[in-house]
Ligand binder design. Structure first.
Ligand SMILES: Nc1ncnc2c1ncn2[C@@H]1O[C@H](COP(=O)(O)OP(=O)(O)OP(=O)(O)O)[C@@H](O)[C@H]1O
Length: 298
């Protein structure tokens, strides 16, 4: 459905995206994750036809012409870009008219999507007076106006409260169930878990791309979860069998090569006089995988 072959984008001397080849199939919820500046926005904007690649080729449903591609796509940008001084309904109506839809068609579609996004009771409210979560729903509604086949969303839930985030994802799931292909960038690991496949971006490249389960299964190391209260834990664990030690909430994830390291870690910490509250092997989380990909140890 979407095919990128050796796509690159440079902004003068800065490479936003480097030699990315990807295929996204119909019906996927395809996630893009990666640290700030990894190239996610650049990639999404190229697929959306807003930016042109400096190199490489991109096809969306067989088309290469951005003007044709735009017809198939809905796009929710990272920053709210609708009119704050217009009401919810006026924003939607305006978009409908920009797409050249007839008045009755606009009204019918606006009612459908405002109902779907639960914005109907707020249709007379100025966009500027909506909460962060509702603004994102309005952006989603706006992107749906022309019935796109593919929906691109750039960090749509960043800064949105957890309840609104869940509601937003329920909407994405319903759209996907009705046949829409979704490409979404997110900084949240729980959202990455909800995708059919995830591409992890780093310094403009796609470092890995697989299902969340596949990413965890191919992770080559073991993860030890450690609970111990000492600010110097990382320093004590500067031993050959420990590859990395990362803080996860109030615990640590100690990344080791093999199971034998568990004993060595315990002995090292005990020798340093540390009280270990808990130390056990756990399956790797997506975050473990991404941390390793970002530090280029896998
Ligand atoms: N218009 C621009 N001019 C120059 N450099 C840019 C421009 N847009 C992006 N970049 C650079 O390209 C790289 C990729 O940026 P991009 O915004 O695509 O990353 P990102 O993963 O979306 O990060 P974020 O989540 O912070 O937006 C970064 O180094 C960024 O500074």
């Amino acid at each position: 459905m979407i095919k990128l072959e050796h796509v690159s984008k440079n902004y003068g001397r800065v490479m936003g995206v480097k030699d990315v080849s990807l295929e996204i199939s119909e019906g996927e919820i395809f996630g893009l994750v990666g640290p700030d500046g990894a190239g996610k926005t650049t990639l999404i904007r190229m697929i959306a036809g807003i930016l042109s690649p400096t190199e490489g080729e991109m096809r969306v449903l067989g088309a290469v012409n951005p003007e044709i591609i735009k017809e198939y796509l809905g796009y929710v940008p990272q920053k709210f870009s609708l009119y704050g001084e217009l009401t919810v309904q006026e924003n939607i109506f305006l978009l409908g008219s920009l797409y050249g839809q007839r008045k009755e068609e606009i009204e019918e579609r606006a009612n459908q999507i405002l109902d779907f996004t639960k914005l109907l009771p707020f249709k007379e409210r100025l966009a500027d007076h909506l909460s962060g979560g509702m603004k994102q729903k309005l952006a989603l509604a706006a992107g749906l106006m022309h019935r796109p086949k593919i929906f691109l969303l750039d960090e749509p839930t960043t800064g949105v409260d957890p309840v609104s985030r869940r509601e937003f994802w329920q909407m994405l799931y319903r759209l996907n169930k009705d046949g829409m292909t979704i490409i979404v960038s997110t900084p949240y690991m729980d959202e990455a878990e909800l995708c059919s496949r995830v591409a992890f971006m780093h310094n403009g490249i796609v470092a890995d791309c697989n299902s969340p389960q596949g990413l965890r299964q191919t992770y080559p190391f073991r993860v030890l979860e450690l609970s111990a209260k000492d600010p110097n834990i990382k320093r004590y664990l500067a031993i050959p069998s420990v590859l990395e030690c990362n803080k996860f909430g109030d615990k640590y994830h100690v990344i080791v090569k093999d199971r034998a390291a568990l004993k060595e870690v315990a002995l090292t910490l005990e020798a340093a006089g540390l009280v270990i509250e808990a130390l056990k092997e756990i399956p790797p989380t997506l975050e473990d995988v991404f941390v390793a990909l970002a530090s280029e140890v896998i």
